[in-house]
Design a binder for this molecule. Structure first.
Ligand SMILES: [Zn+2]
Length: 240
């Protein structure tokens, strides 16, 4: 965790240095200069070549040279583990700041049991958990595991049945969705509600919000699980 956070700081600093943005540099140049480029910024050249720092031999660098390749492996593994996220721009590596990277890493990778994840409202916990893991019976999830040939929503045929489609758009669930959104609007401050976009609603639905207190998160979980149960999407009769 601390290794990955340092790595994130190095990446932020390297970007800041290349953007000529000195106030955003968080670590010493000798650290961020150890970072090799990414596929994106070095296309056509040797990729992720950590050995290019070999010319500066110091005692410190020997340990940092082992730090860099090891952390790059862990860093890239985050990407692979995170494959179930549907929006590419949602990758954890692209977190806006070191703090948001740290918060997301803690939330999504460290196994410290989040007490919210244990809450069950009318049997909704199992569906809530499966959605968080990308392992639900939604067709996009089944499709991503090669269990079915076609991810399109069988209820509306409009688009793949992703978590977003199910929670935000599928017309089949308009009634439960309106109730969920009204309950959320009654629970939270107007400025908070105004700040919500589709992506934030999905996150709030699945994970709650670290910035809100436990009691508020508990109510959000209750509302989300009420949606899941009342939509009947995961009833045994509906599963196919
Ligand atoms: Zn649909």
């Amino acid at each position: 965790m601390s290794r990955l956070c340092l790595f994130k700081k190095m990446k932020v600093s390297k970007q800041a240095a290349s953007d000529n943005n000195p106030e955003k540099i968080l670590v010493q140049p000798y650290l961020y200069k150890l970072l090799p480029g990414t596929v994106g910024d070095r296309a056509g050249y040797v990729l992720r070549n950590a050995s290019k720092v070999d010319s500066v031999k110091t005692r410190l660098l020997v340990s940092y040279n082992s730090f860099v390749p090891k952390t790059i492996r862990d860093w890239n593994a985050l990407f692979i583990e995170y494959w179930q996220v549907e929006q590419v721009d949602n990758n954890i590596q692209n977190a806006n700041s070191v703090d948001s990277f740290k918060a997301r890493y803690k939330r999504e990778y460290l196994k410290s049991p989040n007490p919210l994840y244990r809450l069950d409202f009318n049997g909704g916990n199992i569906h809530h958990t499966r959605l968080r893991l990308g392992l639900s019976h939604l067709r996009a999830h089944l499709f991503s595991h090669n269990l079915i040939d076609n991810p399109v929503c069988q209820f509306c045929n409009l688009e793949p049945e992703t978590t977003d489609h199910y929670i935000l758009r599928c017309p089949t669930y308009n009634n439960v969705r309106v109730r969920f959104l009204m309950d959320i609007a009654n629970l939270l401050d107007p400025p908070y509600i105004a700040s919500l976009d589709d992506n934030k609603i999905i996150k709030l639905f699945l994970y709650g919000d670290d910035g809100l207190n436990f009691e508020t998160n508990k109510q959000i979980f209750s509302m989300a699980q009420t949606f899941l149960v009342d939509s009947k999407r995961f009833d045994m009769r509906v599963l196919r």
